[in-house]
Every structure is written in structure tokens, then in C-alpha cells.
Design a protein around this ligand. Sequence first.
Ligand code: FES
Ligand code: FE2
Length: 414
Amino acid sequence: MDIRNDVLRQLKNHRPGYSLEQPFYIDKDYFQLDMETIWYRDWLFVGHDCEIPKAGNYFTLQIGDYPVVIVRGKDKLIRAFHNTCRHRGHRVCTQERGASAKLVCPYHQWTYDLDGSLVFARQMDESFDKSKFGMKHVHCETVGGYVFICLANEAPDFAPVREKIEPYMAPHRLWEAKVAHQNTIVEKGNWKLVWENNRECYHCAANHPELCRTYPEAPSATGVQGAADDPIISEHWARCEAANLPSKFDMHPDGQFRVARMPLIEDAESYTMDGKRAVRRALSDDVTISHIGTMLLFHYPTTWNHMLVDHTISFRVLPISAEETAVTTKWLVHKDAVEGVDYDIEQLTHVWNMTNDQDRQIVEENAFGIRSPAYEPGPYSELHEGGVMQFVEWYTKFMVDRLQGDQAKLSAVA
Ligand code: FES
Ligand SMILES: [Fe+2]
């Protein structure tokens, strides 16, 4: 059977409030369709402006089949290119990150300017027209210090994302922060299992002793409903908004992204073992009050984030295969904060390194069980797993709309 029809049929028959059928988590063809329908067509968070502060700074990443390079130009603008040489296709930038006045392909040294135009191609014929062989652009937007790209020929409108998330991010001034530490772990599970695990805290008390010292496991704080009815949260929002920190829970109608500023437990200000700040230098001078909790931002399918008074933690999800997902975590601090003076890397990263590893084990055991022929979709807890249901609903609707839209386009052509 045609895989698209198979996936469509499965999604339309999906029982609301239940996990997905087995192939959505393990099948290679289903995975490829996820890549083509979501990952190659929508906006993806890739990294931070502050990682490439100077002209010629770049970083690379691999999204499915696509190698991409993100570069800061001489005009300070950040651009994204397909990292495949217009000569014979060698990767132009082969390192994870670097700095270079021009981008030079290592194979035959075709040389590109930072804006992607080809400026030098050794001993080509006289008739060769360099202007026709610039690096191919990838759509690129920056918002609040975050770089998003879209691989599609035509990108969806980014304005609704910017409009909603920029006011919440701006007070943290992350475009001028610095990455104090980062790491990438590979979880042996489908990218949707990584997200499902992230979207609930039903598992937190039993699995995350370090995180639970400071992060509330209440569904009103971690889920997608009930926040406004929780008096502690409403009071937190009122106090933060009075200090010009947008805080109220706000999710886009299509469910792809959400912002909300949530209080931490009691007096906690940061994700440390004692709840005290991990960084002595505050992250932003625009934040004028203490105890601001955590500004939670997610944007499917690539990122969830915690913006605190002293640092920010960003998470980037990238699928590697049907059963492997890379999760990159970055800890951002004020650019003038000094390691060993204002913060200690071990103290700064301990809670989330432990939490990430605990989540990795959960995702891998979840994937293990789902591989069993005896697996069948099970019911989510309405009280605790509203966020997971919301993710699965978003995924289902998004896939169905696009797959049906593609079919409609095809039949219009035929
Ligand atoms: S493939 Fe890049 S210069 Fe030949
Ligand atoms: Fe977790």
C-alpha cells in the first residue's frame, strides 16, 4: 500500500487520548514521511545568534538528508545555506563550527562570500558564469536570540511565531548572551517519544529527584490547561507583568508553539540543588525583579526552553533515524559572567545533565517496549498528560492537513 495512504488512514483512525500505533515510533517509511512532511517543510530552531557573534562565524548541522551551514555576514546578518558545493557537491564547511573570511570548499577551493555568492572558481572556462553558482539559500529568521531555518522552497509565514514569542523572550536579551556549556546526547527512540516524554511531568516525581527540588510537577504549571485557575500562578503572572515581563500562558491556536512564565517551588530561582542562582551575574539587566520563575517556550518539532533569572537552557531536538534522536542542550549566561568566578560549570549544569540522562533512559525503555509485537496504544492520563495529548493532536492534525493538502494539489495537477 502507498505509505501516504497508510499513514493517513492510521491518523484518521487514531483514538483520541491514546498513544500512537507502533509504526509511528519505529517504522523507517513512517519516519521518512515525518521528515518530508514536517522537518523539511517547517521552521526549525537551529542555534543562537550569540554563537556566531562576528562576521565569518558559522556553525553547521544535519537535518535528515540536508547538511546546512549558518553564517554571520559582513553586514551582521545571519544567513543559512545548503552546505553542498555548487561545483560537485562536496560539503563546503566540514567542521561543526568555525570562523572564516570566506567559505572555501576543501575539494577544489571554490570560494564563496559570506552572503553565499561564488567569488572564485579556479581555472574554469571563460564562459563560466559565477553569478549562477552561489550557495543555495535556506530560509532563515532570528527572534530573541534564536535562529530558525526552513528548508522548504516556500516557507510558512514566520510572523505569527515572532509576534507571540518575541515579547516573552526579549527581556532576557539572549542575543547578547554566551553559551557557557553545551552537550548533545543521542536517545535511542523516535523523536515523538522524546517530545511525549517532555510534555508531561507525570513521570517527574519518580524519575527526577534533582529537578523536582525546584520545578513544580503540578499539571497546571507543566501542562496546557488550568494555569489561569491556579492562584499561585496568577499571582506570579501579575507580579512579573507589573515588572514588564510578559507571563500569561499563550499558545498559538494551531498548537505548534506556546509561551508561559511559571513559578518555581517556594523560594527557588534556578535549577540547582538548593534552588539558589547558579550564576552570580544576572542574565539580563532588563529583568528588574527576583524570583521570576521560568519562561517556558516550546516550538514543535525542535525546541523547548527554560529562561531563568540567571541563565537560560535551550534544548534542540533533531531526528537521526526512526529510532534515534539527538538532543542538544545549551546553557546561556550573561556575556560578562566569568567561569570560576560567577559560575561553576558543574553546578550550573548538574540538574539538567541528570534530568536529561534520566529522560534518555525513559525514552529508550519506552522505545524498547513499543518494539514488542504485544504493544498496543494505551490511554493518557487526562489530569497529568494533557500536554502529551496536545502534542499528539498537533502531530496528527498537522500530518493529516499536509498529506491531504498534497493529495488535493496532485489531483488538481492531474
Ligand atoms: S566540489 Fe567544491 S570545489 Fe569542487
Ligand atoms: Fe523528564
